[in-house]
Ligand binder design. Structure first.
Ligand SMILES: Nc1ncnc2c1ncn2[C@@H]1O[C@H](COP(=O)(O)OP(=O)(O)OP(=O)(O)O)[C@@H](O)[C@H]1O
Ligand SMILES: [Mg+2]
Length: 502
């Protein structure tokens, strides 16, 4: 059988980096082919070549045995290939419907036919079992919903070959289950799917074959039935990953944060409260997890603590025994509170700046030190973080947007670690971070706690919270519905609390 796509000896160089080095893979018609590898292994670059985002490369691409070269994404789409990007690629100021039909707008007598587009968008979104209003501006949607809009967009193209670059990284378990049903339907229609994920359970559940990339090179393509997660992980990192042992060596100290009766209004919403009457404490040296489904209020809770909530919360927040009322994140940062946001593209990343500038932006005070001195400091501080977090980059002078997704995330975590906070808030920090780097990050969090920092972390992956946290709070529809010490917490109990009806 002729492969539907033959990737033949493809290489791609960027200044200072070889992103892909002589990679050859055959993709068979109708298969679900998973591509795995560490952060920076070259997965997204390869997918961008297949989908016309990157038109210039060495080597050859064959579609059904015929050489092709796409000048851009439109050309790839016309040939039946479309991509759902890892870093979401939507226009925030437009509606969901307008994004879905961007560049292919429906018209009536030259005028945009908004209602036709909204109707068509609604049909697609319903197919995804999702209840987003097609007229809603993308800017107002949460990350999970934005991802579904991207998926709807790809569906609208009726593509034959669909590339999904970490599609589940921002989805909750229920949304993932929904996506898998959509994938099953696409496969029944004969669509070929290329699927990138850092989640081994997903890969083993979905894939027919798995290709491992490491440092831009092809390691191996294997049939799912002839391998196992352990072998794949080993091929990815080229070594065994030791299990992270956080074994109880943490000593908790004084209360660093006390929250009392915190509530956050939700104007013009049936629920009336985004958060209602939340009280808890956090000690130094403690990692507190916040679990809950999407929409439970996890992000909003962290925003209240960081002074970035949509409106000021009610109730009291005490930092080291003193009441604080942050009206702006800058005040929180000054007081020793840092937040790593879930949506790095929108809230965390300075796309016009270098890796070094992104890491040091909150630490280097531009007003007091001269330019040259700053640059020296930047080199030392940013260089240290790049090493400590093993950020894969050609140098701290590279543009941040040139880093792979997972490495961008590490850079932002590095930025906040440099501010030496008392309280570190992490909103789903390991989204899109590979297994090796995850283990590294867990160890780092553990070390920081031993040094007396208090950490609050949310995660869409329960096993992660169970590994990391001393205590887990569970939110359901803005209310605190459970609290479990490490030895009491199980996935079952947390899920029950997260779906508790009031
Ligand atoms: N436009 C670019 N300019 C310079 N370097 C780039 C560019 N795009 C990617 N790179 C580099 O190429 C390498 C591969 O990046 P790629 O995004 O393909 O990795 P990835 O496997 O998708 O990683 P992740 O799991 O973190 O998403 C990285 O070292 C990255 O820094
Ligand atoms: Mg990637």
């Amino acid at each position: 059988m002729t492969p539907i796509i033959s990737i033949e000896h493809i290489s791609k160089r960027f200044p200072g980096v070889v992103a892909l080095n002589d990679v050859s893979i055959d993709i068979l018609g109708g298969e679900l082919h998973a591509i795995v590898g560490e952060n920076g292994a070259g997965k997204s670059t390869l997918m961008k070549i297949l989908s016309g985002v990157i038109p210039a490369f060495e080597g050859q691409l064959l579609l059904r045995g015929r050489p092709v070269r796409f000048s851009g994404t439109r050309a790839a789409e016309q040939a039946g290939i479309s991509i759902i990007h890892q870093e979401l690629n939507l226009v925030e100021a437009l509606s969901a419907a307008a994004n879905i039909f961007l560049g292919r707008e429906k018209r009536r007598f030259f005028f945009l036919d908004d209602s036709a587009m909204e109707r068509a968008a609604r049909d697609l979104l319903v197919k995804l079992e999702c209840h987003i209003d097609p007229g809603a501006l993308v800017r107002t949607l949460r990350v999970g919903d934005q991802q579904l809009v991207e998926i709807a967009k790809a569906l609208s193209l009726e593509t034959e070959i669909l590339i999904m670059d970490e599609p589940t990284s921002a989805l909750t378990e229920a949304e993932v289950a929904r996506l898998f049903r959509v994938i099953a339907r696409l496969r029944a229609r004969g669509v070929t799917i290329l699927y990138i994920s850092h989640k081994m359970d997903e890969v083993f559940r979905l894939a027919d074959r798995i290709t491992v990339l490491r440092d831009g090179k092809l390691v191996k393509t294997l049939k799912r039935d002839e391998t196992n997660p352990r072998q794949i992980t080993h091929l990815m990192v080229g070594r065994e990953i030791e299990a992270v042992d956080l074994g109880g060596a943490r000593q908790t100290g004084d209360v660093v944060l006390a929250v009392d009766g915190l509530s956050l209004r939700w104007a013009e919403h049936a629920r009336a409260w985004r958060l209602k009457d939340i009280s808890f404490q956090l000690r130094r040296g403690e990692i507190l997890g916040i679990a809950g489904l999407m929409g439970a209020g996890r992000t909003e809770l962290l925003e209240c603590l960081f002074g970035s909530s949509p409106e000021p919360p009610l109730g009291r927040i005490m930092l080291e025994g003193r009441e604080v009322r942050f009206t702006h994140p800058a005040e929180a940062t000054r007081a020793g509170v840092s937040l790593v946001t879930e949506d790095r593209k929108r809230l965390g990343l300075f796309a016009q700046m270098t890796v070094g500038q992104n890491i040091t932006i909150c630490t280097l005070n531009k007003a007091t030190t001269g330019g040259l001195l700053n640059r020296k400091h930047e080199r030392r501080l940013a260089g240290g973080m790049v090493e400590k977090l093993a950020i894969k980059t050609a140098g701290i002078g590279s543009m941040i947007t040139n880093l792979s997704g997972g490495n961008q995330q590490k850079a932002i975590i590095g930025r906040w670690l440099l501010t030496r906070p008392k309280l570190l808030l992490l909103d789903d920090p390991t989204r899109g971070v590979d297994v090796g780097a995850k283990a590294e990050l867990y160890r780092l969090m553990h070390r920081l706690c031993q040094e007396g920092l208090g950490i609050i972390v949310t995660s869409s992956e329960l096993p992660e919270l169970l590994t990391l946290c001393d205590r887990i709070l569970v939110l359901c529809e803005g209310r605190l519905t459970g609290e479990f010490a490490r030895h009491e917490a199980t996935e079952q109990r947390i899920m029950e609390a997260a779906t508790a009806r009031q």
